[in-house]
Write a protein that binds this ligand. Structure first.
Ligand SMILES: Nc1ncnc2c1ncn2[C@@H]1O[C@H](COP(=O)(O)OP(=O)(O)OP(=O)(O)O)[C@@H](O)[C@H]1O
Ligand SMILES: [Zn+2]
Length: 760
C-alpha cells in the first residue's frame, strides 16, 4: 500500500511512501507520519492513498512511524491548509506547518529547566528635573541609562541594556551603587496571563448591542458579518455576548486580536467573562505550554482561543464563531511564507466548520467594506458610543508656516538649520497642544500623544549637499538614536556612530531633522517637569511584557502622558483619557504605497477614538501640514463613509485593491545587476505567458526596484500581477512559480505576496 505525504519543503509536490504493516495506528488523513528524508527523518502529514504512477523506477521508502491515535490535523484544518496552499501558492506541507505546534513537528526547542534573567528595576523615583540635574550632573551616561529604564516602564532585562542598547555594565553598577537602581535574578514568568486577574463582570448590553448579537447568533454557518462600530461603541461586549450563546450551544470560538501584548484589556475582558474556558495564545508561551493549550482546546477542555494571527489555526473543537477584532490591522497578514491573511483564513475556516465570522472595526479595511456593500458580508452598525458618551471634538492645527491663523498661535517649524538637539518645545508642540496638556495635568486627567515615528530623530542630513545618511546594507535612512548615541537601521539593525561629516561631499557637519519619540519625550519632560510620562515604541520591547506593564500603569492612573507610536492606538479603553494629540499626522501619508492614505485615516481615527471614552468627554488636536488631505479631513469629522467615498475612486485608475486582485512578486538577491536582470527576465517570461492567453484577464505592471531597494544586504525588485478574478491570478501565478527557473547563484529568490498589505 502507498501513502501520499505532505512535507514542509519548498517544492510544489507531495511525496509517496510505502505503508508498512507494523504501524502503531491506522492512517487517517491528517495524521502525522515520520518518514525518511535524504539522510535524516522528517515529520509529514498523511493525505491519503498514494498514486503508483507518481513513483519512479526506485522502490518507495517506507514510513517509519505514525504516532497519532487521532489525526493531529482535523479534517477542517486540513481543508483550510489546502486552501492556503492553493490560494497563496505555497507547498501544502509548508501551509500545514502553521496548523501544528512545534512540539508535534519535531521543530521544538529543548526546554530549559527554569528560565531566569537578570532584571534592572528603578528603585528611587526622581520627580523633578532639577533633582535629576543635581544627581546626574557629572554622570550623563548614568542619566541616559536611568531615563531609558524609566521609559521602559521602570524595568528592563540587563542583557537588553548592555547588549542591544550598548551600555557599559559599569554605568549600571554606578546606578546600583547609588541606590537608584536594583538588579535581581528573576524567574521568567512562563505565562504572564497566568498571574493577571480577568476584568470584572461585563456590563449589561444595550439594545443596539443586543440586536447585533442576535443577528450574528442567528447567522448561517459560514456567514460573515462586518461589525462597523465607532470607537467606544462597545464591540467587545457584542463579541462576549455572542460567545456566551456559542458556548451555551456546546460549541467553541476563536478570538483574534492584533497583538496580545498591546491589547491586554480586551484579553482580560474575555478571561473575566469566561475564566478557565479561555486559552490565551501568545509568543511568550514555551513550546510545552503551547502544546498544553493546543491539547486542551482539541479535547474541548477549553473552548475559546484568544490570540494573534496564528491563533486562527487553534484546534478549537466544534467551532461555532470566529471574531476578528480590529479587522483592518495589517498585522493579520503574515510577512513570510505562507503569506496568509488571518481574516481570509478565518472566513475559509468558518465555512469549513459551519461557524459564523465577525469582523469588527471602527475603520474597516476597504476590502471588507466593499464585500459588505456587495452583500458578500452582512453589515451591522453601531453608530453611537455606549452609555451616552460622544465622539470627541477634533481640531486641526495647521503647521505650515506663513498661513495666517485667527485664534491660535502658529507653532514654529523645526528649522533644518538648528543645531543638533536644539529643537524647541514650540517647534514640536503648538501652543494650543501645550495648553491643553497643561490643563489635563492640572485636572489629574490623562493624555495620549501619537508620534508615528521612533528614534531620537528620523534621519541625519548634510546641510550642504542634502545627502541623507543611509544604511550600507539597505537603501533606507538611518535613524538617529540618542541613548546610546548612534545611527540605527530599522530593517537590518545595522548600527554606526553618528556621522559628523557628510559621507558624500565631506562637507559641513550633518544636522538632524525630523522628530522621534525619544526626542519628544525629552521635550515633554522639560516642558512638564511634574508630569509622569511613559513612552511606548518598538524600542521599548526589551522586556517582552514591557508594553503590557506600561498600559497597566496607565490604567491605574500612574501615567499623565502616554507617548507612543501607532501601537498606542489599538483599542485602548481608558475613561480618564480626555486629550489625544497627534504630533505629526503627515508621517506616512506620502509613502509610496497605495494604502498610505487608508492607513493614515485609520490611524488618526483610531487614536482620536481613545479620547473621551468616559463621562468627562474628550478632545483631539491633530498637528499637520496637509490639513486638506482627505485622510485628515475625514478623520477630523469621524466620517468613515466620506473617506471611503473619496478613497475608493482613487483605487480605480490605476487599479488597486479592492478594485482588482493583486499579487506582488519580489525578486531579491545579493548582487544588484543579477537581481535586476532576473526581474527583467521573470517579467518578460510572464508577459509571454500572458500574451498566449486571450483577453487581458491578468495584467503585469513593472518590473521596477522596490521602494525600499535593499533590505538586509539583498537588492529588491518587484512586479505586480493584477486581475479582476482571483482564479485567473492563481492560475498564472502558480504556472509562473512552478515553472520559472531561478538560477542558483547570488542568493537569487522569487517570492510571491498575494493580497499584499504593503508594497514597500
Ligand atoms: N452596554 C454597556 N453599558 C455600559 N458600558 C459599556 C457597555 N458596553 C460596553 N461598555 C463599556 O464601554 C467601553 C468601550 O467598549 P469597547 O472597548 O468594547 O469599545 P470598542 O467598540 O471596542 O471601541 P474601539 O473600536 O475604540 O476599540 C468599555 O469600557 C466597555 O466596558
Ligand atoms: Zn540596514
Amino acid at each position: 500500500m502507498l501513502a501520499e505525504v505532505a512535507l514542509p519543503l519548498p517544492l510544489f509536490r507531495t511525496f509517496t511512501y510505502a505503508v508498512p504493516e507494523r504501524l502503531r495506528h491506522p492512517l487517517v488523513p491528517g495524521s502525522r507520519v515520520v518518514v525518511p528524508l535524504r539522510t535524516g527523518k522528517e515529520v509529514g502529514i498523511y493525505l491519503g492513498p498514494g498514486d503508483p504512477r507518481s513513483l519512479g523506477s526506485a522502490a518507495p521508502k517506507a514510513i517509519l512511524d505514525a504516532p497519532d491515535a487521532e489525526p493531529s490535523v482535523t479534517p477542517a484544518l486540513l481543508a483550510v491548509c489546502r486552501w492556503i496552499a492553493d490560494y497563496y501558492i505555497v507547498p501544502l506541507g509548508v501551509a500545514l506547518r502553521c496548523a501544528l505546534p512545534a512540539l508535534l513537528t519535531g521543530a521544538a526547542a529543548p526546554e530549559p529547566a527554569q528560565r531566569t534573567r537578570r532584571v534592572a528595576t528603578v528603585r528611587r523615583h526622581l520627580e523633578s528635573l532639577l533633582h535629576r540635574e543635581r544627581i546626574f550632573g557629572r554622570a550623563p551616561q548614568q542619566r541616559a541609562l536611568f531615563e531609558l529604564l524609566e521609559s521602559f516602564g521602570g524595568r528592563a532585562a540587563v542583557d537588553h541594556l548592555t547588549e542591544r542598547m550598548a551600555f557599559s555594565p559599569s554605568v549600571l553598577k554606578g546606578l546600583v551603587a547609588r541606590g537608584l537602581v536594583e538588579v535581581r535574578d528573576e524567574i521568567v514568568a512562563r505565562d504572564p496571563f497566568a498571574s493577571r486577574a480577568g476584568s470584572a463582570t461585563p456590563p449589561v448590553p444595550s439594545a443596539e448591542q443586543r440586536a447585533a448579537v442576535e443577528a450574528i447568533a442567528a447567522g448561517r454557518g459560514g456567514e460573515t458579518f462586518l461589525l462597523h462600530g465607532v470607537t467606544g461603541s462597545g464591540k467587545t461586549l457584542v463579541y462576549i455576548e455572542l460567545l456566551r450563546q456559542v458556548l451555551a450551544r456546546g460549541r467553541g470560538a476563536i478570538v483574534l486580536v492584533p497583538e496580545i501584548a498591546l491589547t491586554p484589556q480586551t484579553v482580560d475582558r474575555f478571561r473575566g467573562a469566561f475564566g478557565d474556558q479561555v486559552a490565551v495564545l501568545h509568543s511568550a508561551l514555551s513550546d510545552g505550554e503551547r502544546y498544553d493549550a493546543w491539547l486542551a482546546l482539541r479535547r474541548g477542555e477549553k473552548r475559546i482561543a484568544v490570540g494573534a494571527r496564528s491563533a486562527i489555526f487553534a484546534p478549537v473543537a466544534d467551532l461555532g464563531a470566529v471574531v476578528v477584532d480590529e479587522e483592518h490591522e495589517s498585522s493579520y497578514k503574515q510577512g513570510e511564507s505562507p503569506r496568509y491573511h488571518a481574516r481570509e483564513v478565518a472566513i475559509v475556516r468558518a465555512r469549513a466548520e459551519g461557524a459564523v465570522v465577525v469582523l469588527g472595526s471602527a475603520t474597516p479595511s476597504l476590502e471588507s467594506w466593499t464585500n459588505a456593500a456587495s452583500g458578500k458580508y452582512r453589515l451591522l452598525t453601531l453608530p453611537e458610543r455606549v452609555g451616552g458618551a460622544r465622539l470627541p471634538a477634533v481640531d486641526v492645527i495647521d503647521l505650515r508656516v506663513g498661513i495666517p491663523r485667527s485664534t491660535l498661535d502658529a507653532p514654529r517649524l523645526p528649522d533644518p538649520s538648528v543645531e543638533r538637539g536644539a529643537l524647541t518645545v514650540e517647534g514640536v508642540l503648538s501652543r494650543e497642544l501645550q495648553l491643553a496638556l497643561a490643563d489635563r495635568i492640572e485636572k489629574g486627567e490623562q493624555s495620549i500623544l501619537l508620534l508615528n515615528r521612533r528614534g531620537y530623530a528620523a534621519y541625519v542630513q548634510c546641510n550642504n549637499c542634502g545627502d541623507v545618511a543611509t544604511c550600507p546594507n539597505c537603501s533606507i535612512a538611518l535613524t538617529y538614536h540618542r541613548t546610546p548615541e548612534q545611527l540605527v537601521c530599522h530593517y537590518c539593525l545595522h548600527t554606526e556612530p553618528p556621522r559628523v561629516k557628510c559621507a558624500r561631499c565631506g562637507g559641513p557637519t550633518l544636522r538632524q531633522r525630523g522628530l522621534g519619540t525619544q526626542q519628544v519625550e525629552r521635550i515633554l519632560a522639560e516642558r512638564f517637569p511634574a508630569a509622569r510620562i511613559a513612552r511606548m515604541d518598538v524600542d521599548t520591547t526589551g522586556a517582552k511584557w514591557a508594553h503590557t506593564e506600561i498600559l497597566d500603569r496607565v490604567a491605574r492612573g500612574e501615567v499623565d502622558i502616554l507617548l507612543g507610536t501607532q501601537m498606542i492606538a489599538k483599542g485602548l479603553d481608558f475613561p480618564n483619557v480626555t486629550l489625544v494629540g497627534v504630533i505629526d499626522a503627515d508621517t506616512g501619508i506620502n509613502l509610496p504605497d497605495f494604502r498610505a492614505s487608508e492607513r493614515c485615516f485609520q490611524l488618526l481615527s483610531q487614536v482620536a477614538g481613545r479620547a473621551g471614552r468616559g463621562p468627562k468627554g474628550g478632545r483631539v488636536l491633530i498637528q499637520t501640514r496637509v490639513p486638506t488631505h482627505h485622510a485628515v479631513r475625514c478623520a477630523v469629522r469621524h466620517d468613515y463613509g466620506a473617506f471611503v467615498g473619496e478613497e475608493l475612486p482613487s483605487r480605480m485608475a490605476p487599479a488597486y485593491p479592492p478594485a482588482v486582485r493583486l499579487a506582488n512578486v519580489v525578486i531579491s538577491g545579493t548582487d544588484e545587476t543579477a537581481t535586476a536582470e532576473l526581474a527583467q527576465k521573470a517579467a518578460t517570461w510572464v508577459e509571454r505567458l500572458l500574451a498566449r492567453a486571450p483577453g487581458d484577464a491578468v495584467r503585469l505592471v513593472g518590473p521596477a526596484p522596490c521602494p525600499v531597494e535593499r533590505i538586509k544586504q539583498r537588492w529588491r525588485w518587484h512586479f505586480l500581477l493584477k486581475a479582476e478574478r482571483p482564479a485567473e491570478l492563481t492560475r498564472v501565478a502558480r504556472y509562473f512559480l512552478e515553472r520559472f527557473a531561478v538560477p542558483k547563484r547570488a542568493g537569487l529568490r522569487v517570492a510571491l505576496d498575494r493580497d499584499p498589505v504593503a508594497l514597500l
